[in-house]
Design a protein around this ligand. Sequence first.
Ligand code: UD1
Length: 444
Amino acid sequence: MIKIQKNSIMHTVKKDKFVIQGLGGKKTLSGKIAVKGAKNAILPVMASGILFKDGFTATNVPEIEDLGRMAEIFDGLGLQINKQARGKYLINSEGINGAEIDENASKHLRASVIFTGPLLARQGELIFPHPGGCVIGARPIDLFLEGFKKMGAAVEIKKNKYFVKAKNGKLRGAEIFFKIQSVTATETFIMAGVLAKGKTILKNVALEPEIVDLVNFLNSCGAQIKGAGTPTIEISGGGLLKAKGQIYKTMPDRLETGSFLILGALCADNLEICDCNPQHIEILTEMLKDSGVNLELGKDYIKIINNGGKPNGHFKSLNIKTREYPGFPTDLQAPLVVYLTQVGGDSFIFETIFEGRLNYTEDLVKMGAVIKMWDAHRATVNGPTVLKGRELDGPDIRTGFAFVIAGLVAKNESIINNVYYIDRGYESIEKRLRQIGADIKRIN
Ligand code: UD1
């Protein structure tokens, strides 16, 4: 058994670059690419380990950078996360002895905020810094602080840290209406409710499949949570959960599935994306079909068929508005904008979730794209355009992958810096892309 070492991953790969030889619009990628387990599913499931009396094994875990940050937080709290094999981890909270979330890990991982709910519920107190992560606009935590207060906790801010204390050391169930649908706030308060006294009712919650997946797992270990996947969730609080040997299998990553679909639509002839759940990405498959991409959808695969016969300029433009699930995911907005630079006509993009998440379009314009920004949230893309390879700095996970797509579709060579961000969410991506014919090398 290998214990994940603190700081083991991030600092060694931080300066890696990708060098990509562009296809200049040719569609030569082909074969099969498998989707890994979902980052946004395994992170809350790992944090849920705090709710358990015993431990559990998680399988199909993606080997990504963010796991290293989770391990740092686990370490600081006296929790165990042990690697048993590739993609297989044992999570155990028997040794829990802390209530403070590691500052360095939190700075790099916005999702560290998911620890706050279960930690406060189990330990009765909590100390955490303002979480960081991807540079995609201001990411407030007001929903979290208001929710903790509703559950009977006092919140103080000292030296840039939040100090939260539950009254008499125990959270009490509460009714919480979220003014904004938030994925991590929904997950945090589901987990807080599991160990709180009495009933917790959460209204206007997020509907993402990763929330349903978390709830199914917690319920299979003794939690009483109703309504996941609907706007209202009810949790009856109780004691610590018991896994009793239960294994959690990480669901397929719908955002990786969508990323591969967009890449395949632009650069592949025949491509099969396997080990995925097409139902979780219906908004994208419907849009690509409208645009003219020929897709075959199975239970756990999507095929892009005979795509090479049509130049990308024949595909039709699209209008997109990012929304909470099942709407168009903000995480696929940047990859889809790269797609829209290659298709014919004017497309309109309205990013409604995060401000600042269209800033990267400047780099696409430098590559030759025609994109007009109306304000921080809205832009028009006019295509098709020939992109020219250049050096790019991805500011977040999904933009990083969007730049990989842009580099592959472009003429000549591109260099992608900040590969650290791509590694945060995509496992060994260059190796997997090479297997379908891409010319992409990692340099450190
Ligand atoms: C999650 C996903 C991320 C995705 C995002 C939106 C995980 C680990 N990450 O992030 O990949 O891009 O959903 O689908 O699942 N907000 C507030 N106050 C708060 C919390 C959030 O105003 O206290 C706002 C945010 O600024 C944003 C909106 O709510 O405008 C939605 O954000 P949220 O769903 O919380 O994003 P994350 O859960 O961080």
